[in-house]
Design a protein around this ligand. Structure first.
Ligand SMILES: [Zn+2]
Ligand SMILES: [Zn+2]
Length: 302
């Protein structure tokens, strides 16, 4: 159990999340690629600021009412969480080990051939399927297969480099805090074993440092999305700029069935123009690393 170094609140996994469950519109759009953003640029109520001490962060550019949508944006990448069970690569639902369905292309676990995440970049994309065709899952060792899921989200990110360069560029702009993560001594060797060595075993030709960086980008910036037995993690191009606060000024929701898995950031309290817009990140490590990012010159840090 870690404490937020600002408010000293203890936070465990899954605690203090400002995430709501929502009823969503269901679309059956199976197109690959990104649809257009849902919220247009009109009436933008925030701006990105930069300071030596804080780095980049968002503030209200005008007064914002409690409950007002600050922005909505589509995911850059969505994938399995670290430590998930045996889940469908398309929709992240847990699967029954006794009666597993398999993707027709790559034979990796899927809920069915009509999984809503099949062929979508927010689920099991065609380019991921093509890559995994050369990496057959070993169903005789389910524990190892589950372990191997830890490398799938980093792989999805790395595949964007060729499959969707614009998303790769957006992802690459995010902070990985390699030095800080290395200095902690726990995360780095875990990623080395579960992700870097796994990718080598799979015969994938990615640079070690690049894999570690992608792991870091996920650890610092990913949002936990979904719920009710279908959790995933996702990266968003603007939301990651929000400062971490255990008592945040916003809530966030994601719409699982909407193409591009949009994340909606909504004010939970009224903001005055110039007020910092913050959210509470789901993972304990993020609070620590984001704090370091935002106030790295402050006396709060050793
Ligand atoms: Zn599925
Ligand atoms: Zn497949």
């Amino acid at each position: 159990m870690l404490r937020c170094i600002f408010c000293q609140k203890k936070r465990g996994r899954g605690e203090g999340k400002n995430k709501e469950n929502i009823i969503e519109d269901v679309h059956d759009d199976k197109d690959e690629g990104s649809p257009e953003p849902v919220v247009e640029k009109k009436n933008v109520c925030y701006e990105i600021r930069h300071s030596e001490v804080m780095g980049r962060y968002l503030v209200a550019s005008r007064d914002i009412r409690a409950g007002e949508v600050i922005f909505e944006e589509l995911a850059i990448a969505v994938g399995p969480c670290t430590g998930c069970g045996l889940i469908c690569l398309g929709c992240y639902r847990e699967l029954d080990e006794a009666s597993l369905a398999k993707c027709r292309g790559c034979k990796w676990p899927m809920c069915s051939n009509s999984c809503p995440g099949s062929g979508k970049y927010t689920g099991h994309s065609t380019y991921e399927c093509d890559t995994l065709k050369d990496i057959p899952p070993d169903y005789s060792n389910l524990e190892d297969l589950k372990d191997s899921y830890q490398a799938l989200m980093p792989l999805r990110c790395l595949l964007l480099k060729a499959a969707d360069p614009a998303k790769w560029t957006a992802l690459s702009a995010m902070e990985a805090h390699n030095e800080l993560r290395k200095a902690r001594g726990d995360i780095w060797p875990m990623n080395e074993k579960n992700v870097v060595q796994r990718m080598k075993k799979w015969g994938l030709q990615y640079d070690d440092q690049e894999i570690h960086t992608v792991c870091g980008i996920l650890e610092v910036n990913a949002f936990e999305v979904g719920g009710s037995g279908a959790n995933a993690r996702a990266l968003y191009d603007r939301a990651y700029l929000l400062a971490h606060d255990c008592t945040p000024t916003t809530t966030h929701t994601d719409s699982e069935r909407v193409p591009g898995r949009p994340l909606t950031i909504r004010a939970s309290v009224p903001h005055k123009a110039g007020d910092l817009i913050s959210l509470c990140y789901a993972y304990t490590l993020q609070g620590t690393l984001k704090r370091r990012e935002h106030i790295k010159h402050s006396k709060f840090f050793e």
